[in-house]
Design a protein. Structure first.
Length: 217
DNA sequence: AATTCCTCCAACCGCAGGGGG
DNA sequence: ACCCCCTGCGGTTGGAGGAAT
């Protein structure tokens, strides 16, 4: 039934964002908060699609973003969470304060996949490649992976630092649903870098796929 | 020094789900 | 109950920068 375009493409910029566009977007969100992405570009005087604004904000401009290399712990956490959740990047990102789903997805595809491959582990199933080759193609990460947990290589079980086989690395996968994050109040200042992220431990962050959702009033 | 190849990451695209009218 | 709009997600692409030849 013909999806309506997300925006008037004829009048929108595409590609890399300029400094000025960034400044406009940040200024607007500081003043009015996140949300209403569709109307935001016009209100902010940006010739961009709302989707693009949202992505730019979430992946690059948000003040609580942690830039820079991933730590070994983050690596391990990503590997473990991916084993349990599959390509649920947003949920995984919810466990890594200051990291975005896009960033984690990129990191997975560029670094971790290769890392696992070098260890002889299939990045999809988290099983040893020899097993994966023989396994049925329908094997899914998650339960299968849990079953295969004992096959964590010495390196990966570095990730699984738990002595027991409980939940890999002792990660408390508290998958409970929690209320969405309090949207940044328009009047209040946005959290400074690391303020939001740094104050939480990785494990304390509720996995809440909707944590970014519905920041609208 | 020039060219080619490779890696990485920002950004785009299409789809699905939720919510409101 | 249905339809439409909006948002968010995951997969993919394109290009900039670095490494190798």
């Amino acid at each position: 039934m013909g999806r309506s375009p997300c925006c008037e493409k004829a009048h929108t910029n595409k590609g890399a964002w300029t400094k000025e566009e960034d400044q406009r977007l940040v200024a607007y969100i500081r003043a009015h908060g996140e949300g209403s992405w569709r109307s935001l570009p016009m209100a902010a005087g940006l010739q961009r699609c709302g989707k693009s604004c949202r992505l730019r904000w979430i992946n690059y401009l948000r003040p609580d973003l942690k830039r820079g290399n991933f730590t070994e712990e983050e690596d391990d956490l990503i590997i473990n969470l991916h084993g349990l959740l599959g390509n649920k990047w947003s949920v995984i990102a919810g466990r890594l304060p200051g990291r975005t789903d896009n960033e984690i997805k990129n990191y997975w595809n560029t670094h971790i996949k290769r890392k696992l491959l070098a260890r002889g582990i299939d990045a999809k199933t988290h099983r040893p490649l020899s097993v994966t080759a023989a396994a049925s193609p329908s094997s899914r990460p998650g339960q299968d992976q849990l079953a295969a947990r004992s096959s964590c290589s010495p390196e990966t079980s570095g990730a699984c630092h738990s002595s027991d086989d409980d939940d890999c690395g002792g990660i408390d996968l508290n998958l409970s649903i929690s209320p969405p994050r309090e949207p940044p109040s328009p009047s209040s200042s946005l959290p400074t870098t690391q303020e939001a992220a740094g104050s939480k431990t990785v494990v304390d962050v509720d996995v809440d796929a909707s944590s970014e959702k519905k920041t609208k009033p």
